[in-house]
Design a protein around this ligand. Sequence first.
Ligand code: NAP
Length: 482
Amino acid sequence: MRFRLEVKALIEVLNLINGQFCTTEECLENLNPATSKQTSVIPRSTASDVDAAVIAAKRAFPAWAILSYEERADWLDRIADALEAKSEEIAALESMDTGKPISLARAVDATRSIVNFRFFAEQVRELEVERFEMEDASNHVVMQPVGVAGLITPWNLPLYLLSWKIAPAIAMGNTVVAKPSELTPLTADLLARTLVEIGLPAGVVNIVHGYGHEAGQALTEHPDTRIISFTGGTATGKIVASTAAPMFKKLSLELGGKNSTIVFADADMKKTVAGVARAGLLNQGQVCLCGSRILVESSIYDQFMADLCKHIEAMKLGDPSDESTELGSLVSKEHRSKVESFIQIAKDDGGVICTGGKRPDIEEGAFLEPTVISGLDINSTCSTEEIFGPVIVAHPFDTEEQAVTIANGVEYGLAASVWTTDLEKGRRVSEALDTGMVWVNTWLHRDLRTPFGGTKASGVGREGGRWSLSFYSEAQNICIKQ
Ligand code: NAP
């Protein structure tokens, strides 16, 4: 099987610095992972490009910072309106750049990217000054803008995650320099063009493309970026932290996960099988929150595994631009090789491939069958390390305590889900889990006002609602003696 190439001419992705589009001497090729064909060329920004972007952001800061919340919220709404008019283009570009199904790119990526701007517009409009009265004095807290924010994002949810950082950062009066993943630059480029079209003041948002170890590193170590917000892998997070922390920058790290899905015998089986498959495989398993480690109560283990494999085998894998496709391509052939190497490790460790485990019959692209593995030791590599692909490992458990111990026995602490009709048990188990987020009888059910983030190696800090507003500002207490 072969898929058609969607672009007629190469797209030229450009940096946005101080309201101007520019490129670099050296450029990088960007491919459609589902066809292996080149779609675009992107700048390979160096430290001097990053420096120019930070200077522009610094220059734009004072005028942007003195606007009222209402004025900045109006800008966010204008951005949302302009993106909404292009939502189908966002979905198409995101699907082409990442290999994800168009239906997913439309329902999740395009929709959330627009909602992020509207949501944070609303959040700052509702922001109230906190006051603490004393007998002889009164305190009030001013949430001051910090300065230039460096925002670094991964490839799995490109505009969704970029807008999740840009919107609260600029809403709170900061100016930004963003570095998207070089694997998925197309919707960041669309955002840049949109910002210029609507006349956002020059320098408020700057976007530099290129490699993480070059442009990303330069942004992190730049003395004038006072905030670093990073979403990506735990290994990269360590490098970012070791650079930014000694410079006392405000630092948010949203990192990897190895999230458990705990299925009790009393769960509603039909809904649970579908929910567990979705949690494990959405976006080809390339979501930090994916439940890639399924723990199933022993009494239902065999039946559950049979039903789960049957459900997964019925999922439609193929052309991401086909409306009925449920599973697309992985983000690159290099990433697929990495995922395949984990499958090989699982086999070497005595794991049993219950379904999947190989490439489907598709000539081009980075496709891989959704894979379920059983029979591994709970401490084995594939049961404890983040694979970030369509690979689920399954283990039986006997007691509630054992399920909690296994779930907590990894270095990560991002998320988990618990499936049971006993809601008291669901609450009890959730509170015993060492993760930033837990869903009961659902997964990735998001209210944007709630805290998002992980414990242990899954990161530092929280995003979402007031947590984002607080991260992108400095709380200044003013105490006035009467
Ligand atoms: P990654 O390799 O860590 O890259 C993330 C971003 O950091 C990219 O823009 C990357 O640029 C850049 N980067 C690389 N080296 C850098 C350096 N030395 N300094 C500054 N920036 C640098 O992660 P990924 O493979 O793109 O994304 C997958 C990972 O992200 C998974 O572990 C997943 O769990 C995690 N993730 C976490 C969340 C969350 O909210 N917790 C959400 C989504 C994804 P290049 O692309 O050029 O390398």
